[in-house]
Design a protein. Structure first.
Length: 311
């Protein structure tokens, strides 16, 4: 059957294109997880709101983590003193505003290089709006577990738990770091990979099995294609380092603005990241973040389409 051949070709093609960026993102994430001290980062955290929001937005340039690995890191930073609103901004902007994602988007949309820049700009705008709201509404009480790091250390000392690597030689400590890095990379690669394969499979099915007329009907209108692509990105839950290659397959049928909505909203929030957020923040906080993100991305992507028509 021809559709099976097309389905297989599309799945293999997207996986081969996206795998190098997945691997690069996982390796960088693993290195940051084991080699970069959280205390070092806290020294640079701004005290005022606007600089704090900008700091959170651009933190992804220094720490290029995808949405799969960023939430545990931010949770740990908040528990060690980072203001919650900066952590939320970093969680929303970090998976998009980083060099790995920019490069993968640029490669996937070589015929439309403006997509890479537009993706960064829209993600920055959405994260900034969320940051302005969170700076007034989100405090330590929004966390599900507010136990401080100092309390954790005190509890550990009561149990006579020694700090890790305290009695190890430099050579042994180095070997431990290498082992931890490889272990973290392997775990994250498996976690990211299963969602990528699922997302690629569903996308290939949509492109080869679903009626073209049905897709064209969804791609018609000012708001419908954007809402559909945002919902699709939320369900597919593809890592931000690889979703651009999936999004590019919709270009013949969907507008650039609706594909932009797919790239930005899915990278900021999807099923797996929502569930992870609910383990860190209370439901009201997560719901508000989701609504603000959806509104800003929807309005921004529609405006992008309107602007693109006049250029």
């Amino acid at each position: 059957m021809s559709f099976l051949s097309d389905f297989r070709t599309m799945v293999i093609g997207i996986l081969l294109e996206s795998f190098p960026f997945i691997l690069l993102g996982v390796v960088i994430s693993a290195l940051l997880q084991t080699l970069v001290s959280d205390q070092l980062l806290q020294r640079w955290i701004p005290k005022k709101t606007i600089p704090g929001i900008l700091f959170g937005c651009f933190l992804g340039i220094i720490f290029p983590l995808c949405e799969c690995g960023i939430i545990p890191v931010v949770h740990r930073l908040i528990r060690k003193g980072m203001p919650p609103y900066i952590g939320i901004v970093f969680m929303m902007a970090g998976p998009v505003i980083n060099p790995v994602v920019f490069t993968s988007t640029f490669v996937a949309f070589q015929a439309q290089p403006e997509m890479a820049i537009s993706r960064m700009v829209l993600a920055f705008a959405a994260a900034a709006f969320i940051g302005l709201w969170a700076s007034r509404k989100v405090h330590a009480s929004a966390l599900r577990n507010t136990v401080s790091n100092a309390n954790e250390q005190a509890a550990a000392s009561k149990k006579n738990i020694k700090p890790p690597h305290s009695n190890k030689t430099p050579d042994a400590a180095w070997k431990t770091k290498v082992h931890e890095t490889l272990e973290h990379a392997a775990i994250e690669m498996f976690d990211v990979g299963k969602y990528l394969v699922l997302g690629v499979t569903v996308t290939a099915l949509l492109q080869t099995v679903v009626s073209k007329k049905w897709l064209l009907a969804l791609s018609d209108g000012d708001w419908t294609p954007h809402l559909f692509m945002m919902g699709l990105s939320y369900v597919l839950s593809i890592c931000s380092t690889a979703d651009s290659f999936v999004g590019a397959t919709f270009i013949p049928d969907f507008s650039l603005g609706s594909v932009l909505a797919f790239l930005v909203f899915g990278a900021m929030l999807d099923i797996k990241s929502t569930l992870m957020l609910l383990k860190v923040f209370r439901f009201k906080t997560v719901a508000a973040v989701l609504i603000i993100s959806a509104v800003v991305v929807l309005v921004g992507s529609v405006a992008f389409d309107q602007l693109y028509m006049y250029l």
